[in-house]
Write a protein that binds this ligand. Structure first.
Ligand code: UD1
Ligand code: UDP
Length: 371
């Protein structure tokens, strides 16, 4: 039996890991040990996903919590090293581009444990984004690079990665979007709770460092969305990072806004909100793509290019600078009446989880034979 340690810590990683974990749990040849770094810890940023998506209770919870990047990543690194030395896994499985991803990759690579990176090869080519730094290093340290898109393969090829390390599998988020939507339709009552009719509201989320670090820029963006809410209702499940910054700098934006600000919601409520939105406005990586999966127009509020360029190329996503209030409002009005190209599937076939587990089983046996 092969032992895999999966390292997760942030909201989108619970969703991605749920896809692969479900398959690992049903495989008698595989034993998965789940490690939660504690990067996200509020119940609605963490536990709700374990409950809804049937993720097993983490075998290890490191309880690291919120800190500056260096301390947060460093504390994770030290704690993960201890348990890797104890558990001696055959492989460490990491997801995406958070500080938890980086710490998992670094701890494993230093101990010569093979690293498998899910969502490898994505680039915005902007190293001011913490995610870009994390994903470049995670890719460098990984033995196996599971790519979600053709562009990810191109990016890795351009950086000189050997083809033997690149394993095209598609996007686990696409698997999740397909797998959980039925359950969401059956169990979520979020539209009724918020009293929205399908296609009569705009869904917005803001949390990325680039949009929240500067309180004035965040204020401008909030005011723009507030203006938009005069035309069509805007509902915003608010990330705790954004809430904290608004609370510290401009709490009136939270209380006096026309935007309907709600607490972060679980995945099933979120995908219902996405599927039935008239438009999605976000700086999230995952949500841009879910907009595409459910064929909802999306405005991505970033100054940087997106790592998910397929959504833009197919006309479902438009990148708009959040500081350009007129540009945001015009883009939103145009997007409300537009659709992209349909029946295109650049994110695989919804079987990325199976392909990852199949490859890992073979890859770990081959790696063992090589030693
Ligand atoms: C992290 C990832 C980002 C990802 C996002 C997903 C890094 C560098 N960034 O950003 O790529 O898009 O997760 O949501 O890893 N907080 C709480 N409760 C929580 C979690 C966070 O209050 O449960 C607040 C704290 O004030 C904290 C802040 O949010 O300081 C930021 O949290 P952190 O995990 O450092 O980064 P995210 O912005 O969540
Ligand atoms: N999400 C959620 N509830 C929310 C906001 C987001 O379940 O209140 C889900 C969303 O559907 C997507 C993932 O969390 O699957 C995206 O996470 P986030 O935007 O925090 O991070 P990013 O994808 O930008 O790293």
């Amino acid at each position: 039996m092969k032992k895999i340690i999966t390292v997760v810590g942030a909201r989108p990683q619970f969703i991605k890991a749920a896809v692969v974990s479900r398959i690992l749990q049903n495989d008698p040849d595989m034993h998965e040990i789940l490690v939660h770094t504690g990067q996200h810890y509020d119940a609605n940023m963490s536990q709700i996903f374990f409950n809804e998506l049937n993720l097993p209770t983490p075998h290890y919870h490191l309880g690291i919590g919120s800190h500056q990047h260096g301390k947060q990543t460093g504390d994770m690194l030290a704690a993960i090293e201890v348990l890797l030395l104890k558990e001696k896994p055959d492989c460490v499985l990491i997801y995406g581009d958070t500080n938890s991803t980086l710490a998992g990759a670094l701890a494993a690579a230093k101990l010569h444990i093979p690293v498998a990176h899910v969502e490898a090869g994505l680039r915005t080519f902007d190293r001011k984004m913490p995610e870009e730094v994390n994903r470049i290093i995670a890719d460098q340290l990984s033995t196996w690079l599971f790519t979600p898109t053709e562009q990810a393969i191109i990016n890795l090829n351009q950086e000189g990665y050997a083809d033997s390390r690149i394993i095209p599998v598609g996007d686990v988020m696409y698997d999740a979007a397909l797998f959980y939507i039925e359950k969401a339709v059956q169990t979520s009552h979020i539209l009724q709770q918020l009293n929205y009719q399908p296609k009569e509201y705009i869904l917005a989320t803001i949390h990325r460092a680039e949009n929240t670090n500067d309180p004035n820029a965040l204020k401008t963006l909030f005011q723009t969305l507030d203006q938009l809410a005069r035309t069509k209702p805007v509902v915003m499940p608010l990330h705790p990072r954004t809430k904290q910054i608004l609370n510290n700098h401009d709490p009136s934006l939270l209380t006096n806004s026309l935007i309907q600000i709600i607490e972060p919601v679980g995945f099933l409520d979120m995908i219902m909100l996405e599927k039935h939105a008239a438009l999605i406005m976000t700086d999230s990586g995952g949500i841009q793509k879910e907009a595409f999966f459910y064929q909802v127009p999306c405005i991505t509020l970033r100054n940087q290019p997106t790592e998910w360029i397929e959504t833009v190329a197919l006309g479902w996503n438009k990148i708009v600078s959040p500081s350009d209030a007129d540009g945001v409002l015009t883009a939103a009005m145009n997007a409300l009446n537009s659709r992209g190209i349909e029946n295109q599937f650049p994110f695989g076939r919804g079987n990325a989880g199976n392909l990852i587990v199949d490859f890992l089983k073979k890859g770990m046996i081959d790696a063992h034979l090589d030693h």
